[in-house]
Design a protein around this ligand. Structure first.
Ligand code: C2E
Ligand code: CA
Ligand code: CA
Length: 683
């Protein structure tokens, strides 16, 4: 080591050594820059950059060596062999090329391997260069230093490219230092390896010639390496500019220029990671009301115009910490990082104001509004997905209650909504998957105990939730409109199954109010009967008062048409809801079904007994038999029989089941009931 320092200091012109080191350093910077272009390009472009980088790097190495040689002082006459000097340049360029190609590979040790090859190129260049250096004297070599120089150059170059292809933040600076060290260490260790015994004093090249040559080489190298480095800079800038532009397009909505869903989620995730100095964060989901009307009335262009105008308003109102995005269609989302709850209130007020202020265009004016749902970070969710889902549920509630005020997520209210929505989604596939089946519950005459029919009751085997009771999904299906296809399936299934019964009892099918309002109902029933072969007299449709109250005139028309086909109609759940005498008078029902809630009370509540009695009397007057639902106890059976009900249904005689209940069992229970309790005793 000391030898190397002594050789460098004592046998060299230090001004020229400085110049050589300058070339080495700037050349290494350029090489690293160029190599980064190699890594960022593909196919023929990569090949071009490899060629340019090897020319740049080779020239740098060669010029460092050449200028450092000019700095070497010897008393013997010196001449340079031009052919070998040129060959040394071509050699390093030629060897650097495969080295760079190897180093640019995305494999783990490719950088180090490629770097080692480049180090080899530097060594080859140096020793060819040395053989071009003809000195009048005896040149002897210390082979230890020669080996050390080769090892140093390959080792440091390997390390340099290994670092450069790694992930360190300082990789460029570290690679430049290591590459410069590789070039310089090789040269000066290589020079230490050589000693000259002067045979004849004199000068081959004068000092002035040496300095002139060194300076000319430095300038020429500066030009070559500089040009290559500038091309790398321009290309890098153009590429990152293109990348920035493409990324902007991918992250923004093309119509409104607002951030899109992908950008918004990235932003949310970023805010979850870095708090930005605000203690609170909220996510807002927004759905425009009446936007569809504008679209349908004035066309899509008008809809677009409205969205752009609204986005411009929203962009103008945002303050630091607030971000609004368009998720698609008329759905917007926002995130706000804030200090105090009042900041959130202020943001929501501004948001509501920009949405509800009227829009005036040349061709049309529009007044829209927005349903807004809000979810608070940490309180309602720990990550972007959870918060978005909660804000969405809150928005859905705002929409379903037609609220213009923002709704904040509430686990009790919104989880029920979510479950409902999930059930509706599952419901749509359940029909195709055959997840429904009908169970039948027996109905019997109170006086004889004979079976007078079976009520079809739907059952849903949910793949995850297990058995879902109809009370949980029928109202949801009514709301979502999915009840009609479901109701058609029930009707047809009941007809087909009942047609196969050997006992030829009637089957009662519950008819949803929405299906009664369907103009195709008569046709549906007709085809269910004819396809199944079930005679109309064996079908009984049960419907509640709400089905009739809605559009009374049409409902009665439908009922008359059904009755004309020979189908019986029962009024279900009588006694709850409207219980209007008017409904009973408006249509000749074949049966009244008294709601189970009365029967459950009659053992202990005289008022319930009075109602039961009046309904039974009313039925007798109107000539409509009354069936008591939900009879569970023999005592209840005795009371309903005493008060004049003609039929019963309930767990006492049979639960809903796939298998039809045994008639003997039913007859036994009904006829062996306890003696009716005296009315006075109840009182
Ligand atoms: P619903 O029409 O009043 O049907 C009678 C309900 O009372 C059935 O409940 C039945 O299982 C239950 N039940 C019968 N006897 C007793 C008893 O002794 N005690 C008690 N506690 N309950 C008894 P389910 O099957 O859960 O049906 C509930 C409601 O769902 C039905 O009330 C009806 O409104 C609706 N639903 C059921 N199946 C259908 C259908 O196929 N179509 C339509 N549209 N609605 C249906
Ligand atoms: Ca019913
Ligand atoms: Ca009922």
């Amino acid at each position: 080591m000391i030898d190397v320092v002594l050789c460098t200091v004592q046998q060299h012109d230090l001004r020229l050594v400085g110049m050589a080191l300058l070339i080495c350093l700037t050349g290494s910077i350029a090489t690293v820059q160029l190599f980064n272009r190699v890594r960022a390009s593909f196919s023929y472009r990569r090949f071009g950059w490899i060629a340019l980088t090897s020319v740049g790097a080779g020239t740098m190495v060669w010029a460092t060596h050449f200028v450092a040689m000019m700095a070497f002082r010897t008393t013997a006459p010196v001449i340079l062999d031009p052919i070998l000097t040129l060959s040394s340049l071509l050699a390093v360029i030629g060897i650097a090329m495969p080295g760079l190609a190897l180093a640019a590979h995305r494999r783990r040790w490719a950088g180090a391997l490629g770097g080692a090859v480049i180090g080899l190129g530097i060594t080859v260049m140096h020793y060819i260069g040395m053989s071009a250096y003809r000195v009048d004297g005896i040149v002897t070599w210390n082979w230890n230093y020669v080996a050390a120089s080769a090892l140093l150059s390959s080792g440091l170059a390997a390390l340099s490219f290994h670092v450069l292809t790694g992930r360190s933040a300082w990789r460029n600076a570290n690679a430049v230092s290591l590459l410069s060290a590789a070039v310089a260490a090789l040269h000066f260790t290589g020079m230490t390896a050589m000693s000259i015994t002067v045979l004849k004093l004199g000068h081959g090249l004068s000092d002035l010639t040496m300095v002139t040559l060194a300076t000319t080489t430095t300038v020429a190298t500066g030009i070559i390496v500089g040009c290559a480095a500038i091309s790398a800079l321009i290309d890098g800038h153009t590429q990152s500019e293109t990348y920035r532009r493409l990324r902007y397009l991918a992250m923004h909505d093309s119509l409104t220029d607002l951030p899109n869903r992908m950008c918004f989620i990235e932003e949310l995730e970023r805010r979850f990671l870095i708090k930005d100095g605000y203690p609170c964060m909220a996510v807002i989901m927004m759905d425009l009301s009446r936007f569809k009307v504008v679209n349908d009335t004035y066309g899509h262009q008008a809809g677009d115009q409205l969205l752009v105008a609204l986005s411009t308003r929203m962009t103008a109102m945002v303050k630091p910490g607030e971000c609004i995005a368009r998720l698609g269609g008329d759905e917007f989302s926002a995130v706000i990082s804030y200090n105090e709850p009042v900041d959130l209130e202020d943001f929501l007020a501004r948001l509501t104001a920009v949405c509800s202020a009227p829009f005036l265009f040349d061709r049309f004016t529009a007044s829209i509004g927005a349903n807004i749902g809000v979810a608070l970070a940490i309180h309602d969710g720990f990550d972007a997905d959870a918060l978005l889902a909660k804000a969405d549920l809150a928005m859905y509630r705002a929409k379903s209650i037609h609220s213009n005020e923002p709704c904040f997520y509430d686990s009790e209210m919104d989880d029920a909504v979510r479950e409902g929505r999930e059930l509706v989604v599952d419901l749509r596939t359940a029909l195709d998957e055959g997840a429904f089946e009908l169970h039948y519950q027996v109905q019997a005459s109170v006086t004889t105990g004979e079976i007078c029919g079976y009520e079809a009751l739907i059952r849903w085997h949910h793949p995850v939730r297990g058995m879902v009771p109809p009370a949980s999904f029928i109202p949801l299906a009514e709301k979502s409109g999915d009840i009609v296809p479901l109701s058609i399936w029930i009707l047809r299934q009941a007809c087909f199954e009942a047609a196969l019964w050997t006992n030829r009892h009637p089957v009662s099918v519950n008819l949803s109010p929405m299906h009664l309002a369907d103009p195709r109902l008569i046709e549906t029933v007709r085809s269910a009967l004819s396809d199944s072969g079930l005679p109309p007299e064996r079908l009984l449709l049960e419907l509640t008062e709400s089905a009739i109250i809605h559009d009374r005139r049409f409902a009665l028309e439908q009922l008359k048409a059904l009755k004309a086909m020979g189908i019986a109609i029962a009024l279900d759940d009588f006694g709850v809801g409207y219980s209007s005498l008017d409904v009973l008078r408006s249509f000749p029902f074949d049966r009244i079904k008294l709601d189970a809630s009365f029967v459950s009370e009659i053992e202990h509540d005289e008022q319930a007994v009075s109602i039961l009695r009046s309904v039974a009397a009313l039925g007798a007057t109107l000539n409509m038999p009354v069936l008591a639902e939900g009879v569970e106890e023999p005592a209840q059976l005795s009371i309903v029989a005493r008060e004049g009900c003609t039929a019963i249904q309930g767990y006492l005689i049979g639960r809903p089941s796939r298998r039809l209940t045994d008639p003997d069992h039913v007859r036994r229970i009904v006829t062996l009931r306890p003696h009716p309790v005296e009315r006075e005793a109840v009182a």
